[in-house]
Design a protein around this ligand. Structure first.
Ligand code: ADP
Length: 421
């Protein structure tokens, strides 16, 4: 039957965020890692979110990847496409959001797309075309100092005009509060004036639902994950999407493993808790630098433990120890060595009887997913807000949970495994 909704996300965690939002609206969702080349089994998914790494890539590369993702999504039946970027509109000085939006509009033969990164649950709101982070405009928030994508302007209209070279107008809050009809009329007016983008004000989830309702006929919708909230209802109303589906837990069965590379306070507290109840092993960067085979040590240790309890293999240290290690080996090299080791261990254990794997750390998750050659994640129920269990689609069937660093309470690992039968 194919999918009814497709999304192109400019980074991995942004893709997960959007996938979770759609799951929350009762859709069955697959997150593809990169543009799928050959027959990715879309199973019974209603939507596929393609996770790219295009936020800080050169603009022409971001455009090419986004167009390839679009072609694939269209080939799977998607009639409506979301271009998902961060709710803080993260873009480099030249900005990839504008060029990618321009290319998608053109490729889809559309004359206007809305711009709406609002995400009220995370305190990202838009008023008079200005993006607010909490109580302050974007350019006064900590985003002004972001190492890769510093944001020095808060006007989405100015940012979009500078990045895209096309005219951008506003659908103001007063119009949004008047509902679907007035929103659509304002969009038509912008279109008649030759505008190719319309920034939409939104302060609340209700605003986002009204905006969503007005966008049923928009083939291309751009925004943060909040903009997706109102779209599934349109698809249901038009009969393209069936009744609400509850997300299902991954079915892979096998031994349980936690791999932790995050050194955040939350992860260290979770490791401390795991040490009390499970076998744990620390991987050592100094030994690796001396040429020791830490991957084999980890694998041999894990397989020698009894299969009754999960095993935890970690690199995480406290800030003092991390600073010492970084001074000795270099920050990047130390991080890379640990990522490679943990990913190598996860890969070898996944090839054996380990089939339920929890990974702690954003970069660590990226390295593990790559080593395991995971092509897509079927999004399951949430362990905690924003962190779902997933079924990995790749070489081995796997239950996979990926958590970025500072997330979750002490019992997070056991809570996660407690959900699996
Ligand atoms: P988070 O989501 O908390 O930022 P990441 O996995 O993204 O976690 O980043 C943690 C980084 O720290 C990784 O590159 C990891 O390899 C590295 N790392 C882990 N343990 C150590 C350690 N003991 N010393 C130095 N770096 C480490």
């Amino acid at each position: 039957m194919g999918i009814v909704l497709g999304a192109i996300a400019d980074d991995f965690t942004g893709a997960t965020d959007l996938a979770n939002t759609l799951v929350g609206e009762g859709m069955s969702v697959l997150q593809a890692i990169g543009v799928p080349h050959d027959g990715l089994p879309i199973q019974n998914a209603d939507a596929v979110v393609v996770a790219l790494k295009s936020r800080t890539a050169p603009a022409d590369e971001a455009v090419a990847k986004s167009k390839a993702a679009l072609d694939w999504l269209k080939s799977q039946g998607a009639e409506q496409i979301i271009f998902k970027y961060c709710s803080t509109f993260d873009s480099t000085a030249k900005g990839n959001i504008g060029p990618v939006a321009d290319a998608l509009l053109e490729a889809m033969d559309q004359d206007l797309a809305v711009i709406c990164p609002a995400f009220p649950a995370n305190q990202r709101t838009i008023y008079k075309g200005t993006l607010f982070v909490g109580d302050v405009p974007l350019s006064e928030s900590s985003m002004k100092d972001h190492p890769l994508t510093p944001m020095c302007d808060s006007s989405l209209i100015r940012l979009m005009e500078a990045q895209s070279g096309n005219d951008c107008g506003l659908i103001p809050l007063e119009t949004v509060r008047n509902g679907k009809g007035p929103i659509q009329r304002q969009i038509d007016e912008l279109r008649n004036k030759g505008k190719r983008y319309g920034v939409v004000d939104a302060l609340t989830d209700d605003d986002l639902h009204s905006i969503g309702a007005a966008l049923a006929d928009h083939k291309l919708v751009t925004g943060g994950s909040g903009i997706a909230m109102g779209l599934p209802a349109n698809l249901r109303k038009s009969g393209k999407l069936g009744a609400s589906n509850a997300p299902v837990l991954p079915t892979a069965r096998g031994r349980r493993l936690v791999v932790a590379g995050s050194c955040s306070a939350a992860t260290r507290a979770q490791i401390a808790r795991a040490k009390v109840i499970w076998p744990t092993l620390k991987i050592d960067i100094d030994r690796m630098a001396d040429g020791a085979d830490e991957v084999s040590r980890g694998v041999e240790w894990a397989t020698a433990q009894s299969g009754d309890a999960p095993v935890l293999i970690y690199g995480s240290s406290d800030p003092d120890e991390v600073a010492q290690t970084q001074a000795k080996h270099g920050t990047e090299r130390a991080g890379q060595m640990m990522e490679d080791a943990l990913a190598g261990i996860a890969k070898r254990l996944a090839d054996m009887e380990f089939a339920q794997i929890f990974v702690a750390g954003g970069e660590t998750s990226g390295a593990v997913v790559k080593a395991l050659d995971v092509r897509a994640l079927k999004i399951g129920p949430e362990i905690a807000p924003g962190v779902p269990w997933t079924e990995a689609i790749g070489e081995n069937p796997l239950a996979l949970a990926l958590k970025s660093g500072n997330f979750g309470k002490d019992t997070f690992f056991e809570d996660a495994f407690g959900m699996l039968p």
